[in-house]
Design a protein around this ligand. Structure first.
Ligand SMILES: [Zn+2]
Length: 398
């Protein structure tokens, strides 16, 4: 009987089934290979597989994307966002395609051409390398009829600009204000610099059809709870807290994004946590005792969905800032337990535009041209992320 079962099991295997080529995520990467001079940079996609496979690669439009189809490859459970350099692309997706193909879709930060594509096999590994160079819009040559061929894979909506149907609401939260000026350096206050930037960002977002609410529009004090309540009342799709803090000389420079993580080592970010939560402590608000056990469980539940979306927005931000040539911290995305990031159901980030204590960062914040680039980077990230979210939601509804 045992033998019969074994034979049946063997028979049920497809004849001639070969072990698929598997993706080696550790050996794969998306890398910028040169200077972009403020525009998109040359890129190289490297896919490492456990053996050589037939493949094809081409470009499609709306938005510009690189497609790599791999025959007989299994991308397994590897997550595209874990690909090294994934933040250089607004979105990367992959999955099975057709009967025994796998498809990799890399959204490009602008029009590109394929410079070269090749495969090199070595021992038990094979590497496919696709080199991409940015081109002018009129030189972009996507495959014309590819959209129809793409219907099997989750794709971003083929609609440029902000989400088409529903209004998308961002709440901008300029940090500090009123009796709390935030960090101070050389006669400048953080509260004022982030307010100026937030007002400029609001104008840019509104020009692109995004609804914007602000937690403050002048130099007044707003308690932390009030900031989150504003977001909730506005039914915010996204909450961005803007800061430009100070840290002792040499400790921090460049834009830095913080996302919520209850497991973050509180001590590591102590100076900033104290600073960010200080205004409420000064105002006498009691930040403790808000979460009883049940509320805690419910919040964790909501966060399971919200957390990856906050992190995905953080990747959009780093990608857009890098494309705009904005200097970033060595670790541009960090985790923290700042109170203002606590909303369990609204994707939230805290963006340090730079550090007021750093000479170059301070000069940037005071420079209208730099602010223009940063405003562009953030608004591009917001609109791109919103579009991606809308596409994802539409897919879930299907
Ligand atoms: Zn601050």
């Amino acid at each position: 009987m045992k033998w019969l079962l074994l034979i049946l099991a063997l028979l049920s295997l497809p004849a001639g089934a070969e072990e698929p080529a598997r993706l080696d995520l550790g050996g794969s990467a998306l890398v910028a290979t040169g200077r972009g001079w403020g525009g998109p940079k040359p890129l190289e996609l490297r896919l490492s597989l456990t053996k050589a496979v037939p493949y094809r690669t081409y470009l499609v439009d709306g938005p510009p994307r690189l497609i790599v189809d791999l025959k007989g490859a299994d991308l397994g459970l590897a997550l595209p966002q874990d690909l090294f350099g994934a933040d250089l692309s607004p979105a990367i997706r992959w999955g099975p395609y057709g009967r025994d193909w796998a498809r990799v879709v890399v959204e490009l930060p602008g029009p590109y051409r394929i410079d070269s594509a090749g495969q090199r096999a070595r021992a038990a590994l094979s590497q496919i390398t696709v080199a991409l160079a940015p081109v002018a819009a009129q030189d972009f040559a996507p495959r014309p009829s590819a959209t129809a061929a793409l219907r099997d894979l989750p794709e971003p909506a083929d609609v440029p600009g902000p989400p088409p149907d529903e209004a998308f609401t961002v709440v901008l939260d300029p940090g500090h204000g009123g009796f709390d000026p935030g960090a101070l350096a050389e006669g400048e206050s953080e509260a004022n610099l982030v307010l100026v930037f937030s007002l400029e960002l609001r104008a840019a977002l509104q020009a692109r059809g995004v609804t914007v609410e602000m937690t403050r529009t002048d130099d007044s004090f707003v308690a932390l709870e009030r900031r989150m309540t504003t977001a909730r009342q506005a039914r915010a799709d996204l909450f961005i807290s803007l800061h430009a803090d100070a840290l002792p000389e040499g400790q921090a420079a460049g834009a830095t994004i913080y996302v919520w993580n209850p497991a973050a080592d509180a001590r590591a970010a102590d100076q900033l946590t104290l600073r960010h939560d200080r205004d409420d402590l000064l105002a006498g608000a009691d930040l403790t005792g808000h979460d009883d056990a049940l509320a805690g469980v419910l919040m964790d539940f909501a966060r399971t969905d919200t957390q990856p979306r906050s992190e995905s927005f953080a990747r959009w931000l780093t990608s857009r800032m890098s494309l705009m040539g904005i200097g970033m911290h060595d670790r541009p995305v960090q985790r923290a337990t700042y109170s203002v990031l606590k909303s369990p159901d609204i994707p939230s980030v805290l963006l340090e535009l730079g550090f007021i204590s750093d000479h170059d960062d301070r000069a940037n914040l005071l420079n209208p041209q730099w602010r223009d680039r940063m405003v562009k980077a953030v608004s591009e990230a917001v609109v791109g992320w919103a579009r991606d979210e809308a596409a994802r939601a539409a897919m879930l509804r299907q």
